[in-house]
Design a protein around this ligand. Sequence first.
Ligand code: 2AM
Ligand code: CA
Length: 262
Amino acid sequence: MNKQELIHQIKIWLKEAAEKIRAVQIKTLKVDQKTNRKDLVTNMDREVQAFLIEKIQAYNPEAKILAEEEGYSELESFEGQVFVIDPIDGTMNFVLEQENFCIMLGVYQDGVGQLGFIYDVMKEALYWGGKDLGVYMNDHPLTKPEDLRLKDGLIGLNGYLFSHNRWNVRTIGEQSMGVRIYGCAGLEMIALLKGKHIGYIANLSPWDYGAGNVLLAEFGMKYSGISGEKLKFRGREYYIAATPQAYDEIRALIAAADSLNK
Ligand code: 2AM
Ligand code: CA
């Protein structure tokens, strides 16, 4: 199957998965806690993941899968074709708001990002694209955002980092035009891709950044671990993504906080 055909298939899978989620009666949803009372999983997270894995395995039985739920959360090797899946990104929003959550899927080949898909389920807006393909919202091409500075735009943060002022984020927020906290990595990635935010700092797992990074790279955005290191794609880690200028400014403010703490 060529790349265009794979893109076509993935869009069909994601639309079908989104329809399943939109059809859920929220009262019948089974909600469980994972590591703590704020870390939730529902039967829909599990069902959507199983649905996508079944489609991927029918398409390529050799493909490897890295996904949030049920024993797919670590991979030994990224050789070959790897699908990175978050069946519901923003589960808390799904449960409490019934909006502001995404389905995310990234396709990697030998560790290199090829395709990324972020589906804002309730808005029926699919952001997708990939290496040398551009980035689209449904059928409309997006324009590469301007390389704005930190002082010229909004920054997305994760609530925990902000309330604990980890990594100097209060100063970073003050130097920006303002802080936004969406509680959904996919929506933060979308805001960056549309040029509505200039940066995002959070504590993320590989399925939270796997799809988004492919799209950010296509638009020349920078991303890394908190000290500029390559992302590990294993476990949760601190994450920065930003326009190239804002990225360098954010990194300098984080480094300043680091040296103060030593
Ligand atoms: P999730 O809903 O798929 O877990 C919230 O700040 C963002 O961080 C969401 O995108 C959320 O994705 C992600 N996240 C990753 N690990 C998390 C965890 N253990 N608890 C809460 N949010 C988590
Ligand atoms: Ca999830």
